[in-house]
Write a protein that binds this ligand. Structure first.
Ligand SMILES: [Fe+2]
Ligand SMILES: [Zn+2]
Length: 395
């Protein structure tokens, strides 16, 4: 896109784009985002300038457009050069490119595919352990890792086949994906149903659909499981695409959807004698971004604390009705995919989107796995799929 004209107006600069569009930028904003070597460290993309030192009423002395750049000499004699593409990507008045599409082409590449059981049951997303372990983004051999990350992001889960039945190899697989998130359960965990940690996960009870870690301000982004051993019956896992279910709830019970976007839900983890973890700010079940797009579902009936803060007490009944409507949808056979974990096959899922559950079981069962941070995952996903240049252009 090229620039037709540039006009300073009071404390702003108006850029007229080829066609009818125009963007207005504040002078102080432009000055603050100067990318010259005095103001900006290009290697790390960090600001060197102290923004407090800029005069609020700073004005350009001259403005020139040439060869895809806008050059401004300020009344302080400092000169700044802006790439036209950069100005367009970051145009905020008006926003020309939707925030979630700031990265070139990412709308298609990174689009999530929401599913119901019929869409996915005959073709479960899966990859091969050996291909993953041989893949690396340091050599020219990153395809398998990239496909794996994309699969996890698109469908919300992935099965990894041919994993050696050992915790050590499972941990190596985790480290191949990203940093393991340490918690009060440890980093990489390996447990049997012996109540070694005081949480229902360490029992043989039936555990209904949920996400993990609603009691943390930042719930784990991903979780990986490997069932190493089971000599009894039961213990089946179900997977539910809660984003698809939220779409259904919104269409069928709009008031319940609104309530889930609004009411903060406190949660806790208090089984261990030395912890009582609670988020600083209780968060709603549906977390939306600034454009109203659903980005996280926090759902865990067991870990929900006493809800004794209600801005409007009449919301109490609406909230419990919403729970009924929601549970009807997330436990419907159309949405609940039953899957039997087995030694040699790992399951990884997006804990901000996919619910998991476990039916009651008998016998001895040994399970290992780990949590990962969402930001680490998204960082690697974007860099591998979109390329470093496109990602850095958008920051
Ligand atoms: Fe869980
Ligand atoms: Zn500068």
């Amino acid at each position: 896109m090229s620039v037709k004209g540039v006009t300073p107006i009071e404390n702003t600069l108006e850029i007229n784009w080829q066609g009818d569009q125009k963007s207005i930028y504040h002078n102080i904003w432009l000055r603050d985002n100067c990318h010259c070597s005095e103001c900006y460290y290009p290697i790390t993309k960090q600001r060197l300038l102290n923004s407090a030192t800029i005069d609020i009423n700073i004005k350009p002395k001259s403005v020139n457009v040439k060869e895809g750049k806008v050059e401004i000499v300020w009344d302080t004699d400092h000169s700044s050069t802006y790439d036209v593409d950069w100005l367009r990507i970051h145009s905020y008045n008006p926003r020309l490119i939707p925030l979630d599409k700031k990265l070139k082409d990412d709308d298609d590449v990174l689009k999530q595919k929401l599913w119901q059981v019929k869409d996915i049951k005959d073709d479960l997303p899966q990859v091969d352990y050996n291909k993953i372990m041989q893949s690396s983004d340091e050599t020219d051999n990153e395809e398998a890792i990239k496909e794996w990350l994309l699969q996890i992001h698109k469908f919300g889960f992935s099965l990894i086949n041919n994993v050696p039945i050992s915790p050590t190899d499972t941990e190596k697989l985790c480290e191949k994906l990203n940093y393991i998130r340490p918690t009060h359960y440890g980093g990489f965990w390996d447990f049997t149903a012996d109540l070694s940690k005081n949480d229902t996960a360490y029992t043989n009870f039936d555990i209904s659909n949920h996400t993990d870690g609603t009691y943390w301000s930042n719930s784990p982004g991903l979780q990986l499981f490997h069932l190493l051993y089971h000599d009894g019956k039961g213990g089946t896992t179900s997977l539910v695409d809660s984003f698809k279910c939220a779409e259904i709830l919104k269409a069928k019970y709009p008031e319940s959807y609104e309530i889930f976007c609004k009411i903060p839900v406190p949660a806790h983890s208090a089984g261990e004698p030395k912890v009582c973890i609670q988020p600083d700010i209780p968060q709603p079940i549906f977390k939306l971004d600034h454009q109203g797009k659903l980005i996280q579902v926090r759902w865990n009936q067991s870990d929900r604390s006493t809800m004794d803060y209600w801005e409007n007490p009449e919301d109490v009944i609406k909230f419990y009705k919403a729970i009924k409507n929601w549970v009807e949808i997330i436990t419907s056979p159309e949405n609940e995919l039953w899957y039997q974990m087995k030694p040699g096959q790992c399951l990884i899922f997006d804990n901000w989107r996919i619910f998991h559950s476990r039916s009651e079981f008998t016998g001895q069962r040994r399970l290992c796995g780990a949590y990962f941070e969402r930001d680490d995952f998204i960082s690697r996903l974007k860099l591998l799929t979109l390329g470093r240049e496109a990602v850095l252009d958008s920051i």
